[in-house]
Write a protein that binds this ligand. Structure first.
Ligand SMILES: [Cu+2]
Length: 418
């Protein structure tokens, strides 16, 4: 007798990538004698941790007992990555089913708890898989990275800056890139550059390049970004105007969280996070550095690590303030009626394919990528689709998570019962 474990969201090769959000799974008896069995599910991986529950909760445990019927009927349960125990490689998180009485192992399933982590403390293999996928996406200037470059220019800036859609749009943008990298290597998640802390391991020849004043950064020979090319220019120029062993010229995370408990205070105005830390992080590099300016920032792939951190700060703010629901009045901000692309119900360019004033004249990159296993946010995401990345309010999660923002059900859901 064996036990077969099936988890929602397996890809064509049967691989499963989990975050902190519980997903539905089943266990069933195969090759049985017709007799039922009591089995215990456990997390037995070497690195990644898993939690189990009979319902969709944020209270899953390290083991779960199930009574499986002898006729092979599947019994459902919920499985999630254990917060603070992300994987470093595929298969280092394992769910094992054993016989409750004899302890005999009846089946197991290896998965990955795929989580965005701080770039400065990323392991060597994780860093190198990310860089290899990034280099492949650029393909010496001929790859799909060109579309990402063309999405974020001086001509397209109204879609993504200076209005409340700033955070939702950039969340979609980083996720679009992450999914593009995952086509090459599904174990990759975009690491975040924590710009209010020292990141000496990021600005090196092994990772994002060692600064050379106002010249191109240098890489070790054979580095995947050695041939990085954008706008027909080889190399990445990036000159920090700060000591890379410390913070960029930004307010720190605590001060960012204290900007306000409403979105309009957190994101907006002269004191909002779009200006500082976000804008300040960009201009912490000299004017010789493309990342300093909106129109050229994406020539430097550090852009996406910077924006992964911006997204993390928003996600953390949403979690702390319970502002994950787009219909929560304090979770977003009203905008001028003509400010298309920045209302909750508006579709976002370029994924909607809409061109012509006031939208830009082209829509590079096509629809939002459908991974085949993650239904959200769909091929033409709306602003409102980018709020609840872990789906704490139900529905489908966006398929990524940060290492310091947990899946925690809102208090109203816990207390409400229904
Ligand atoms: Cu931007």
């Amino acid at each position: 007798m064996n036990v077969q474990i099936d988890i929602t969201g397996a890809d064509a090769q049967g691989r499963v990538f989990l975050t902190w959000t519980p997903v539905q799974a089943t266990a069933k008896i195969v090759n049985g004698t017709g007799a039922g069995a009591d089995v215990v599910l456990r997390s037995t991986g070497t690195v990644g941790g898993l939690l189990f529950d009979t319902n969709r909760t944020d209270q899953g445990g390290a083991s779960l007992q199930l009574s499986l019927p002898g006729n092979g009927q599947p019994v459902s349960f919920w499985i999630a990555g254990e917060f603070k125990k992300p994987s470093v490689a595929y298969g280092d998180a394992v769910v094992q089913a054993s016989d409750k009485t004899t302890g005999a192992v009846l089946g197991s399933k290896a998965v990955m708890v795929r989580i965005r982590k701080s770039a400065n403390t990323l392991s060597g293999p994780e860093r190198d898989r990310f860089l290899a996928a990034l280099g492949a996406l650029n393909a010496k200037g001929l790859g799909a990275y060109r579309d990402f470059r063309d999405m974020h220019t001086d001509d397209t800036t109204r879609e993504m800056h200076g209005s409340p859609g700033f955070l939702p749009w950039h969340r979609a943008y980083v996720l679009d890139l992450e999914r593009a990298l995952q086509v090459t290597d599904p174990t990759v998640a975009v690491p975040y550059w924590q710009f209010d802390m020292g990141a000496p391991n990021v600005f090196t020849e092994d990772f994002m390049g060692s600064p050379n004043g106002d010249g191109a950064v240098s890489f070790r020979p054979g580095h995947p970004l050695e041939q990085w090319t954008t706008d027909s220019e080889l190399g990445i120029t990036r000159n920090p105007d700060f000591d890379i062993s410390g913070s960029a010229d930004v307010i720190d995370e605590k001060a960012t969280m204290r900007l306000g408990t409403t979105f309009i205070r957190f994101w907006g105005g002269p004191r909002g996070m779009e200006i500082n830390p976000h804008g300040n992080a960009h201009v912490s590099f000299t004017e010789a550095s493309p990342i300093h300016f909106i129109g050229t920032a994406v020539r430097d792939p550090l852009f996406f690590m910077l924006h992964a951190n911006v997204d993390r700060l928003w996600a953390k703010w949403q979690w702390v303030n319970h502002h994950t629901s787009p219909t929560d009045a304090d979770a977003f901000a009203p905008t001028a009626p003509n400010n298309i692309g920045h209302h909750l119900g508006d579709t976002m360019w370029p994924w909607n394919g809409i061109t012509g004033s006031p939208r830009p004249s082209t829509a590079p990159g096509g629809p939002f990528p459908d991974t085949g296993v993650t239904p959200a946010p769909g091929t033409t995401p709306k602003v409102m689709d980018m709020f609840d990345h872990l789906a704490v309010g139900g529905g489908d999660p966006l398929g990524y998570a940060f290492d310091d923002v947990p899946f925690e059900l809102p208090p109203t859901v816990v207390a409400g019962g229904g």
